[in-house]
Design a binder for this molecule. Structure first.
Ligand code: URA
Ligand code: SF4
Length: 182
């Protein structure tokens, strides 16, 4: 574990713990409020994120921003990050070992932010945080608890771009957050 944000950011920006370091442009650590009550965890950076160094700025991110606006969540009030901090080539799923190598950064982020709620965006985040046995279709919209945190899995915004019928569920799931004083 890293003691503070400076140590974490320094380590991430110079990280060579897995082979994703070979193809990345920028390490994508996270964005938003470091005292957030709600933290979102995606999969890994795509092309736009890799070039800008900021998570969820491409098409999927824009769709997520729209949902945030519609529901009344401010992007700057929450914290957003990913399972792996470097882009997997051709946007393939991060491999188990890559996610494992990167886990200490995510664990440190969770410890430093200490959110009440963690939203898992899609299958990769779900399986890495709750376990391989979970499936996103059966788990989305249900609350879980782990290490004292409330965990809510939902669809990945990129899945909504591929299948419009999933949008309503994503909105329903995020809508539950408006009952909380963000
Ligand atoms: N998809 C993700 O999982 N994360 C991003 O940051 C962008 C797209
Ligand atoms: Fe390091 Fe994570 Fe990037 Fe792999 S994905 S090089 S572990 S920061």
């Amino acid at each position: 574990m890293y003691k503070n944000w400076n140590e974490l950011e320094e380590a991430c920006n110079n990280c060579k713990k897995c082979r994703l370091c070979n193809s990345r442009t920028k390490v994508v650590i996270g964005t938003g409020n470091k005292n957030a009550k709600i933290m979102f965890i995606g999969e890994g950076p795509g092309a736009d994120e890799d070039s800008q160094g900021i998570p969820f700025v491409g098409k999927a991110g824009q769709l997520m921003n729209k949902a945030f606006e519609g529901i009344g969540i401010k992007r700057e009030d929450v914290y957003i990050t990913n399972i792996v901090k470097c882009r997997p080539p051709q946007n393939r799923n991060p491999e188990k070992e890559e996610a494992q190598s990167c886990k200490e950064y995510l664990d440190t982020q969770i410890k430093l932010i200490n959110p009440e709620i963690i939203i898992l965006l899609g299958s990769v985040a779900l399986k890495n945080i709750l376990g391989e046995e979970y499936g996103i279709t059966a788990s989305r919209g249900k609350w879980f608890e782990k290490d004292g945190k409330k965990i809510l899995p939902t669809f990945h915004p990129a899945a909504l771009l591929r299948d419009e019928t999933k949008k309503i569920y994503f909105w329903q799931d995020l809508k539950m957050l408006t009952k909380i004083n963000i």
